[in-house]
Design a protein around this ligand. Structure first.
Ligand code: SF4
Ligand code: SF4
Length: 437
């Protein structure tokens, strides 16, 4: 058995994964109306190519790619376009979306499968992954094909598949590893072939022993990781798994590594081997604010309220609705927002699960510095931000912060450290844009 690995810093928030980890994935039918966001991936939103009244097929393109860091968007159903409008989103107040009345979910348009991917042209595989709209399914939603297209001269020698799922409550990736292990391994091998990597590995925290055992039994190389937040952040995963440090402001490819989520591997298999665009995902619905927490396979565009109903409806005094995990997720203001390719979970939390604190002054305990996995001094950046000293915040490394929330989680004074740091990041970037204009 391999040694358990980890990184320096981090914290140990309560996992609360037992609420849903034993619940097998339930496939939900498409709802009567889907609201398909055109901004499900990082980068420029897709450009709509349909209008009200148009008939669409399941898998047909409804938004075309709009730049290098962008992806096409597909209809998850056969139906008729009702509207193209701005709609509430789980990760932002609102964004462009295509609203479709569902007629059925059978058949539809798929791409030509590439079953012989072991011998197929690499550019054909990368193009299929792009055409199918595959992006990082762990929540970051970065277009996958871009990660498979390193700049000239950059050699990738390591592929790490991210099965960590370190955010509390979330169990979608755990269930996917148990229920789609073969597709996961196929997707990993497709990605490895594209990158020219011979020995890909999967990083999994040791709180998922069943997934580790199953994947090893199927021949995958598994790196056992300590249960520690944020073990699944790319830089920490690379540090823990292969001992390489991604420089501040750098990318994994700077140290010869590509990281892809387990759900992304399954989406790659669907796209390459079945020609299926990325129109469904597995999402956890959990928290003490729902009656029956579980894991659901849903169409993108499904309203969050439909997922809540599938989990038995709301229970008790729901204080907060979150898209994603409690550490890095976004608070939602409405459950009318739709599921996107990046929606790893929906949490309905009651007061006992929410840390409602009044922000107090810093007591200089140093805990935020001890836990920061990037060795940033969160209190210094946050203070500079509070006083509007953007240059000081930048000098202290504000732009390197990945907003993992570990510092805020441990701060005994309840300081809204991540909030202040994010504000500094926004201001610094806005100033830089103004200088360039
Ligand atoms: S949110 Fe930023 S400053 Fe705070 S622990 Fe994470 S990386 Fe460090
Ligand atoms: S953890 Fe909070 S109280 Fe302690 S030094 Fe950091 S900001 Fe100050």
């Amino acid at each position: 058995m391999s040694k358990v690995k980890s990184f320096a810093g981090g914290a140990h928030p309560s996992g609360n994964k037992d609420l849903s980890s034993g619940a097998a994935v339930v496939r939900l039918p498409a709802p009567e109306v889907v609201t398909v966001p055109l901004c499900q991936h990082l980068g420029a939103p897709s450009r709509p190519v349909v209008k009200p009244g148009d008939e669409v097929k399941r898998g047909s393109v409804i938004g075309e790619q709009n730049g290098f860091i962008s992806l096409p968007t597909h209809s998850p159903v056969n139906g008729k376009v009702l509207r193209v409008e701005n709609a509430p989103m789980p990760h932002m107040r609102s964004g462009p979306a295509v609203v479709i009345k569902t007629e059925s979910e059978d058949g539809g348009e798929v791409y030509e499968p590439v079953p012989d991917w072991r011998n197929a042209d690499i550019s054909l595989i990368v193009n299929r992954i792009k055409e199918a709209g595959v992006c990082g399914m762990g929540g970051a939603s970065f277009p996958t094909y871009v990660k498979l297209s390193p700049p000239e001269g950059v050699k990738i020698d390591t592929l790490i598949i991210n099965g960590v799922e370190c955010e509390p409550y979330l169990t979608a990736d755990h269930r996917l590893m148990l229920e789609r292990a073969d597709d996961l391994i196929t997707g990993m091998n497709i990605l490895a072939r594209v990158l020219g990597v011979t020995d890909p590995c999967i990083g999994i925290e040791v709180n998922k022993p069943d997934a580790i055992e199953l994947l090893e039994k199927k021949g995958a190389k598994v790196i056992r990781l300590k249960v520690q937040y944020p073990q699944g952040a790319e830089k920490q995963l690379i540090d823990a798994a292969v001992g390489r440090e991604v420089p501040a402001g750098g990318l994994p490819l700077n140290v010869g590594v590509v990281v892809q989520n387990v759900g992304t591997c399954v989406a790659v298999t669907e796209a390459v081997c079945k020609g299926m665009p990325c129109i469904r995902r597995i999402t956890t619905v959990s928290g003490m604010g729902v009656n029956s927490p579980g894991n659901f396979n849903v169409c993108v565009g499904t309203p969050v309220s439909t997922l809540i109903d599938a989990a038995g409806g709301y229970k008790g005094d729901v204080r907060r609705l979150i898209s994603g995990g409690p550490m890095m997720g976004m608070a939602m203001f409405t459950d009318a927002a739709p599921v996107t390719k990046g929606t790893s979970g929906i949490l309905a939390l009651v007061p006992a699960e929410v840390r409602d604190v009044v922000e107090g002054p810093c007591i200089r305990c140093g805990k935020c510095v001890d836990v920061c996995p990037l060795r940033l001094c969160a209190s210094v950046i946050a203070t500079a931000s509070e006083y509007g000293k953007w240059e000081d915040a930048e000098k202290a490394g504000a732009l390197n912060c990945m907003a993992c929330g570990t510092c805020s989680y441990v701060c005994p004074a309840g300081r809204y450290l991540v909030h202040h740091i994010k504000r500094a990041q926004n201001e610094i970037r806005a100033l830089a844009r103004a200088r360039e204009a």
